[in-house]
Design a protein around this ligand. Sequence first.
Ligand code: MG
Length: 268
Amino acid sequence: MSRFISQGALPRKSKQVVLRSARELEELRQAGQIVAQVLQEIAGEIGPDMTARELDARIDRSIRASGAVPTFKGYHGFPAASCISVNDAVVHGIPGDYRFRKGDLVSVDVGATLHGYVGDGAFTFLIPPESPEHRRLIAVTQQALAQGIAAAQAGRHVGDISFAVQATVEAAGFSVVREYCGHGVGTSIHEEPQVPNFGRRGGGPLLRPGMVLAIEPMVNAGQSAIWVEDNGWTVRTADGRPSAHFEHTVAITEAGPSILTEIRPDTP
Ligand code: MG
């Protein structure tokens, strides 16, 4: 789940970045693995004739079956376990009675809290038949996430992540959403620092081992401008063109970025 970007000075307390111990990183990985599994499970299930509410119920059950709780439910009053944002919806869509259709672009954002630690991840699915524009938008957003993660190296800065995402997106002729951003993740869903999807190399806080960040490009096929529905949540593109959203929770380690929300085969 993305965070509303705060432009002004933040209170000192909220600026503190928490560095997680090896034990805490393992807890965060376990929460992240639940997010990864849920997103993998639903990949084969999203299709026409399913409603967003039904998909959310499936996600809710799956998170709880893993022994975790859905982080988003009740967060600032959010009513569901997942954010489901279709086509021109960017993020924070409230799952309702909308019935998926052929050709839809469906962004699903999932949070799971296990033993007090949070995993946060999102994936954008395509319901066939896939339009070339949708396919390209998804490919570029995934590439932007990969480039952002690759820049998440100890000794560099948050701005290096932001720059990598923005440069990838804009080189493809798409635009990044500027009102919402990635964020620290730990024992709550939104911690410091903010991780914008635009910025300059070397800007922002220093990346240090033990930092855990949700990196989450929100990419519009058209212009970057957005508006928010009267429900206070659902963010949509101003021009009505589609938007995609991919997110991983990533730990900064001495050995490089470690993706906590990606299923990795057990290594012997
Ligand atoms: Mg997030």
